[in-house]
Design a protein around this ligand. Sequence first.
Ligand code: VGL
Ligand code: ZN
Length: 218
Amino acid sequence: MGNKRSADGVPQAAENFGPKRDVNNPVRLRQGDALVIEDVQNDFLPGGSLPVPQGDAVIAPLNRCIAQFRERGLPVIATRDWHPANHCSFQQYGGDWPPHCVVDSVGAEFAPDLQLPGDAWVIDKATDPDREAFSVFAVADFARQVRSRGIRRLFVGGLATEYCVRATVLDALKHRFRVVLLVDAVRAIDRQSGDGDHAIREMTEAGAEVWRSEDLAR
Ligand code: VGL
Ligand code: ZN
């Protein structure tokens, strides 16, 4: 038994913790906004080595967001889980996971259907064999670089809700960025039923706003 889902598979917590959606009051993108796409890589999709259930469902909403950010000349940041073959998070090296997203493998490539712009800012993380790093803020200098580009608000989607998305969102808030969680553009591994919804609750309690991709003003 999985936990409860709305018909379109969007995490149930979205209904409980999201804003009261008002079609007359959509989120307006502005200077200082950036889109952050977490780890939409083949290994996290159905058929990959660490598949997130319905992981491929994030691609369509993310493509809509990419188009909107592009139209306004706003930056798109895409992260990659980018592990050496002997990474400590792999079971054979004492970690929790099957090997996944190994540097330069097909599994580590971005999903082919993800319409990343040519000038997307690609950030590799968890590249050190001895250190797990879910958050993109674990990458040296990331916060300073983002801030130096005038970015103050991050719209975050991708995989997986309770690992990389959660860690990145909580770190972003600690670094005093505003954060919008794109709730229809995330999916959870849910090793324990409810992990994803619990993570959404933690993110909102820490100060993230929750919106859906279609709530971005046209
Ligand atoms: C992730 C588990 C292991 C993630 C990465 O991107 O959320 N999860 N490595
Ligand atoms: Zn990983």
